[in-house]
Design a protein around this ligand. Sequence first.
Ligand code: ATP
Ligand code: MN
Length: 479
Amino acid sequence: MFNKRIKIKELLATEPQNQQATVMGWVRTFRNNQFIALNDGSTNNNLQVVVELGKFPEELLRRITTSASLKVSGTVVPSLGKGQKMDLKADSIEILGDSDAEKYPLQPKKHSLEFLREIAHLRFRTNTFGAIFRVRHALAFAVHKFFHEKGFVYMHTPIITASDAEGAGEMFRVSTLPFDNPPRNEDGSIDFKEDFFGRPTNLTVSGQLEGELGATAFGDIYTFGPTFRAENSNTARHLAEFWMIEPEMAFYDLEDNANLAEEFIRYIIQFALDNNREDLEFLDQRLAEEEKQLPQDKRSEMGLIEKLNFVLENSFQRLTYTEAIDILRDSNHNKKKKFQYPITGWGMDLQSEHERYLVEKHFKKPVILMNYPKEIKAFYMRQNDDGKTVAAMDILAPGIGEIVGGSQREERQDKLEQRMKEMHIPAEELWWYLDTRRFGTVPHAGFGLGFERMVLFVTGMNNIRDVIAFPRTPKSAEF
Ligand code: ATP
Ligand code: MN
């Protein structure tokens, strides 16, 4: 058996009392031919391995270079040096993999996030990305824990879909037809009957419609999987491939939906604070350092952990779309023409600058906007009695903008079919969806939370490319 090691995080939590330990990891630095800072990814804290002078051959010591991988066995003793409570006094050192430190792209200095994106295959080995991706893991785990504890069923909705009705975004086509010479119909159009599935198919933009099928049997379900949008918007908030969590609940109205979303967001933040304190403290410091470069008025008013605690302790501001438009229209910001898209009036879609104004300048806390004009929302959202709005809700977070989009769904078959007709959505294609309204329809609701936007919020990072391992964005699919 090879893997008789203790993880460095676990070892550092023990008391040094001359116990034996074996660790494995990568060399961060090697000082004075004596002190190895070893990291194994379990924590940003390195273990100091002490190499006694004269105990090991010169030839071995020369191979202990930055990023070389080692197996070290020895005795755990209280450290004589400052900055760490223990040392591992090496009895044996085995080089598992050599590394040419000259060619190794990560030097022990500060690299820019842009540069690190170009070496995304190695960036996990930095403290910043170590912290980010351990926090990302904790959040993902907390998602499952939250829903499991509430009795939700985790449902895997399909990644390849034939329906493009949802209209959440531009889709990626899935096909095995030859690009250069696809089979054609007599009128020259492509003959998809010859394609793999015998019809056009795409990568999913959302699991919601299938999620509703699950909710109307299990009561409460959630999905947590990849979704794809071929949106050509090169922003710091959009990916072409991102992970979405979509709970769908039978017997829920819009308020129940908003309550669950708030509870859910708090729960996963609390979980990260409880389980990843060290990493969050590191990211808090990182953000504070970074913001020192900014002019005073561009800095956040709160530190990262302070902001997370604020969200735990304060309820989200709820208001209607109509109220939001009034606030925006009457704002000095609008009067002084500081919005790129001026507030033209009721019915307009909100841009992210408007969302961020509400959250960051006006309310200074997360906001839940409800009851949007039906014209700017999807066909499946429940029509309100005013004939103008639907029971939609978006949750807006400071520094991010929209983090959740959801709604109560239209459970009344006649209303749903009428809205589909108005929006030119072919009912034949969605026969299976409409069946839920035919056979024991119930009030139900759900929402979608963009996982990477949540990770951005919790880590205090600015660019969505830095919170997913290998980002997919327009003109970029390396690794
Ligand atoms: P936006 O207006 O920001 O493009 P949207 O209205 O298209 O978002 P929805 O269709 O409601 O978003 O999707 C649900 C959630 O998925 C959003 O609230 C957001 O958190 C996330 N999301 C949407 N598009 C993307 C994307 N391209 N990359 C990452 N996350 C996304
Ligand atoms: Mn979008």
